[in-house]
Design a protein around this ligand. Structure first.
Ligand code: ADP
Ligand code: ZN
Ligand code: ZN
Length: 739
C-alpha cells in the first residue's frame, strides 16, 4: 500500500482517567493539526475538550474513526516545550496525560473559550476630544467631567472602573460614538508594574553578591542551585537582583512560593525594586484573572510570574530562570489526584529549557541537601542575617520538671510579661487549632471520636463544637458521658483557642491575636491581621504554622513553642526533618530587626539531638545525622518510595486490592530481576477516614529507570484487576508521608 492511501489520524489526550490517548480523524479541511492544539471531540457521545498530542498514519479506513468536531486554537494553546514537561510528568508520576494537561490549563480554557482573554480597557482622549472640551455646554456635566479628567490623565488614560465611578456608562458611550475618546487594551490593570526607585535599592552584602554572581555565570544554561540562607539572610533580595538581571536579557522569571499568604509581601518588594511587569497566579484568583495572568505569561507580557504550586505549569514565552522559595515546604506537593511535586518538576523544567533553577530555603529538604552534597546542585550558603541581627538564642524548657497551666510554663509566662512591659511583640506557636484535642470522661475513660475516621474529635470554642480535622464532621458535645452518664467531661490538652484564653487570663492587658485557619478563613483577613501586627497594635500572636512561614515581623523578639514533641516520635520518616524545619522557621521570626531575639522551646525530650543542633544553629550537623539515619533505614533520598493507596467503603476491599496488587507485583519482579522491593500490604495507619477503609503498599527502588519500568508493567496489570473496580486506588510517586 502506498503512503498516500494512508489516512492521517490525530491522537488526542482527553481529560478523563484513561491511560492512553484516543485516535480521531482530522476535521474537514485540515491536513494536519499541531501538537498542543485544543480540539472538541466526543468520547462515548459526550463532547469535551482534548489536546492534540500527536498524529500518525493509519491503514484504517476513514469511516472507522470519529472525526474531530471542531478545532479551537489557531496556534497551539500549549507550546511544545510545556507539552514536553507535561509528557514527562505524566510518565514520571504515572498519571494519565489528559488529566495532567488539564491541570496545566486555566479552567476557562478547559472549555471552548478563546486563548486570548478579554482584557480590561483603558480610555484616552482623542485630539478631537481635546478640541471639543472647550465647546461643551455647561449643562452637559457628565461629558464635561469625563473629558476634563481624561485630559488631566497621563497618556495611559484611565481605566474603565475609574470612568464608571465618574459618570454613567451611557455618557462614556456617547463620547466614544462621537470619536472624542477611544479605548485600548492595557496591561496596567492586570499586572503589577514595578518601578525601580533609588529608595528601594538595597546594597547587597558580600555573601549576597557572591551568590548572585555565581548564579549569573550560568544564566543561559541549565544549572540547579541550592540557596541555603539562614532566616533573614536576604534571600528575597537575591531573587530580586537575579530577576532584574534576567529581565535585562529579555527573558522571564517564574518564582514559586508555597503560600498565597506570602505573595503580598513579595509583590510589594518586587514592585518597589523591579523594573518590569509582575503577574500573580494562585488558586484564590477568579477564573478570569487566572486566565489573564496565564495568558500574560504565555505571551511574554509579564516579566516575572509569581505563583503557587500549579504555576509550575504556566507557559512562558521566553523562560530565563526558575526560582522556588522555601523549597522544603510540603505545599509544593499536590496531595490528591495528580500527585506532583512542583519543586521537583521545576528542576526538570529548567533542564528541558536549559536555564538555571534556584531553590531557596533556610532549611532545605534532605533531598536537596543530598543533591548539593553530591554536586548535582550548586550550593550557595548565607550564614548571617543581612542586617547584622544576631540569630535568636534558643533555650529548652524541660516540661517534665515544670508545672504547666494549660500547656504554658511559668518561664514562658514571665518571658511574655517582660516583652509586654518593654512594648515588644511575641509569638506563641502551637501547631494545633481548636480548644482541646480530646474530650474525655474521667470516670470511664470514654473519648469523643469521629464516627467516620479513626481519630479523636477536637473541641472548639466558643461555638462549643466537636470537630473532626480530617473529614470536617462536627457535632455538639453532650453534657454527659454517652457511656456512663457521668456529668463532667474534661477537655484535655490544648489548641490555639485554649492557649489564647489562658494567656489572656494571666496577661489581661495584652492585645492577643490568634492566627489559625479557623480565625483566618480568607487571604484578606490574614493581610489585615498582618498589617495590625506591623502597625504595632498587637502584643502577642498565638498561632499555627500560618505564622511560621516567611513573614517578616520586625518587632517580634520572643518566640515560644508550646509543644515541640508532637513530631518527634512519629512513624513518619520525615517527622524529625519537619520538626526541625518548622522550629527553625518559627524561631526565625524572632529578632529580625535591631533587637535580638529569644526562643523558648517546651519539650519533654530535651536530650534529643535534634534540639541541641537546633540550639547551636547547626543545620549541617543535623542534616549529616539525619541523612545517615535515612541511609541506614533505606529511606529517601537514598531509595525511591512509591505508595499504592486504596480506599473503599467496605472494610475488606482495600486490603484485598493491595494484597492482590502485591502478588501481581511479585510475579512481575520474578521476571524483572532488580533492586525493587515490595513491602507488606497493610491497612493504613489511620485506617478509616471519611467513612472509607484505607490500605496501602509501599514499593521501594534504587534505580529510577528500573522502578518506572516496573510501575508501567504493574499498572497495566492493576488496571485489569476485578477487585480494583470496587476501590478507589492511586499511585503516589515520591510520597511526602507514607500514611
Ligand atoms: P530571607 O528571605 O532570607 O528570610 P529577607 O530577604 O526577607 O530574608 O531579608 C530580611 C531582611 O533583611 C529584610 O528586611 C530585608 O529588607 C533586609 N535585607 C536584605 N538584604 C539586605 C542588605 N544587603 N542590606 C540591608 N538589609 C537587607
Ligand atoms: Zn464515662
Ligand atoms: Zn472524621
Amino acid at each position: 500500500m502506498t503512503t498516500d492511501k494512508l489516512n492521517t489520524v490525530v491522537q488526542v489526550a482527553v481529560p478523563i482517567r484513561l491511560r492512553k490517548v484516543l485516535d480521531y480523524q482530522l476535521p474537514e479541511g485540515y491536513s494536519s493539526l499541531a501538537e498542543g492544539t485544543r480540539v472538541r471531540i466526543t468520547v462515548k457521545l459526550r463532547e469535551m475538550t482534548g489536546i492534540v498530542v500527536g498524529s500518525k498514519k493509519s491503514e484504517l479506513p476513514e469511516e472507522g474513526l470519529i472525526r474531530v468536531v471542531r478545532v479551537l486554537d489557531e496556534s497551539p494553546c500549549i507550546p511544545p516545550s510545556l507539552l514536553k514537561l507535561l509528557r514527562w510528568s505524566s510518565s514520571y508520576y504515572h498519571h494519565p496525560l489528559g488529566e495532567v494537561i488539564q491541570t496545566a490549563l486555566p479552567s476557562i480554557l478547559r472549555g471552548d473559550s478563546k486563548i486570548k482573554p478579554d482584557l480590561p480597557f483603558r480610555y484616552y482622549l482623542t485630539s478631537n476630544g481635546a478640541e471639543a472640551l472647550n465647546g461643551i455646554p455647561k449643562n452637559a456635566t457628565n461629558q464635561r467631567l469625563l473629558l476634563t479628567e481624561l485630559s488631566k490623565a497621563s497618556p495611559d488614560g484611565l481605566s474603565s472602573s475609574t470612568l464608571s465611578k465618574l459618570a454613567p456608562s451611557s455618557s462614556t458611550k456617547l463620547l466614544r460614538d462621537r470619536g472624542w475618546i477611544n479605548v485600548r487594551e492595557d496591561s496596567r490593570d492586570f499586572l503589577y508594574v514595578g518601578q525601580e526607585q533609588d529608595s528601594a535599592a538595597i546594597a547587597l552584602n558580600q555573601s549576597q553578591r557572591s551568590a548572585v554572581s555565581e548564579i549569573s555565570v550560568a544564566l543561559q544554561r541549565y544549572q540547579p542551585f541550592l540557596l541555603q540562607g539562614v532566616t533573614g539572610s536576604g534571600k528575597t533580595e537575591i531573587y530580586l537582583e537575579l530577576a532584574t538581571r534576567v529581565i535585562k536579557t529579555g527573558c522571564q522569571v517564574l518564582l514559586l512560593v508555597p503560600e498565597i499568604a506570602l505573595t503580598p509581601q513579595l509583590i510589594g518588594r518586587f514592585k518597589r525594586g523591579l523594573n518590569g511587569k509582575i503577574a500573580v497566579l494562585h488558586s484564590r484568583l477568579s477564573n478570569k484573572d487566572r486566565h489573564i495572568a496565564w495568558w500574560a505569561a504565555r505571551e511574554g507580557i509579564a516579566d516575572v510570574i509569581l505563583g503557587t504550586r500549579s504555576a509550575v505549569f504556566v507557559p512562558l514565552a521566553r523562560p530565563g530562570m526558575y526560582i522556588v522559595d522555601e523549597e522544603h515546604d510540603s505545599a509544593y506537593k499536590q496531595q490528591e489526584g495528580f500527585r506532583y511535586n512542583a519543586r521537583d518538576l521545576i528542576v526538570k523544567r529548567a533542564q528541558q529549557d536549559d536555564i538555571p533553577a534556584v531553590l531557596g530555603s533556610a532549611t532545605p529538604s534532605l533531598e536537596s541537601m543530598q543533591n548539593a552534597k553530591i554536586g548535582r546542585y550548586g550550593h550557595l550558603v548565607l550564614r548571617d542575617r543581612a542586617r547584622g541581627a544576631m540569630m535568636p538564642k534558643i533555650s529548652l524548657l524541660n516540661v517534665k520538671q515544670l508545672p504547666l497551666t494549660f500547656g504554658i510554663s511559668s518561664p514562658v509566662l514571665e518571658a511574655l510579661r517582660l516583652r509586654l512591659d518593654r512594648g515588644e511583640q511575641s509569638i506563641v506557636y502551637i501547631n494545633r487549632r481548636g480548644f482541646a484535642p480530646i474530650l474525655w470522661c474521667p470516670k470511664c475513660n470514654w473519648r469523643a471520636r469521629c464516627s467516620r475516621c479513626d481519630v479523636y474529635l477536637t473541641l472548639h470554642r466558643p461555638s462549643n463544637q466537636l470537630r473532626c480535622h480530617h473529614c470536617g464532621a462536627s457535632n455538639k458535645p453532650s453534657e454527659n458521658c454517652p457511656d456512663c452518664k457521668h456529668i463532667s467531661l474534661k477537655a484535655v490538652g490544648q489548641g490555639t483557642q485554649r492557649v489564647e484564653e489562658t494567656l489572656q487570663k494571666y496577661l489581661p492587658s495584652a492585645r492577643i491575636v490568634r492566627f489559625d485557619s479557623d480565625s483566618i478563613g480568607k487571604a484578606n483577613v490574614l493581610a489585615e491581621r498582618l498589617a495590625q501586627v506591623l502597625e504595632g497594635n498587637v502584643d502577642i500572636l498565638v498561632g499555627t504554622q500560618l505564622l511560621a512561614k516567611g513573614h517578616n515581623f520586625p518587632a517580634v523578639t520572643l518566640v515560644c513553642i508550646v509543644d515541640a514533641d508532637s513530631g518527634l516520635y512519629s512513624f513518619d520518616f520525615r517527622a524529625v526533618e519537619r520538626l526541625y524545619q518548622t522550629l527553625t522557621q518559627v524561631a526565625g521570626r524572632a529578632g529580625r530587626a535591631s533587637r535580638s531575639g529569644q526562643v523558648l522551646v517546651q519539650t519533654q525530650y530535651p536530650e534529643n539531638s535534634a534540639f541541641s543542633r537546633l540550639m547551636e544553629n547547626d543545620f549541617s550537623g543535623f542534616v549529616d545525622f539525619e541523612l545517615k539515619q535515612r541511609q541506614l533505614a533505606n529511606c529517601p533520598p537514598f531509595v525511591r518510595f512509591v505508595l499504592l493507596r486504596a480506599e473503599s467503603v467496605s472494610s475488606d476491599s482495600s486490603i484485598r486490592f493491595v494484597t492482590a496488587a502485591a502478588q501481581l507485583g511479585q510475579q512481575i519482579l520474578r521476571k524483572q530481576s532488580s533492586s525493587i522491593r515490595l513491602m507488606d500490604p497493610v491497612p493504613s495507619p489511620m485506617e478509616r477516614r471519611s467513612g472509607r477503609y484505607r490500605a496501602q503498599l509501599l514499593v521501594t527502588g534504587c534505580v529510577e529507570t528500573a522502578l518506572h519500568r516496573f510501575l508501567d508493567n504493574w499498572l497495566n496489570e492493576l488496571d485489569k484487576l476485578e477487585i480494583g473496580r470496587r476501590v478507589r486506588w492511586s499511585l503516589d510517586v515520591d510520597p511526602l508521608d507514607i500514611y
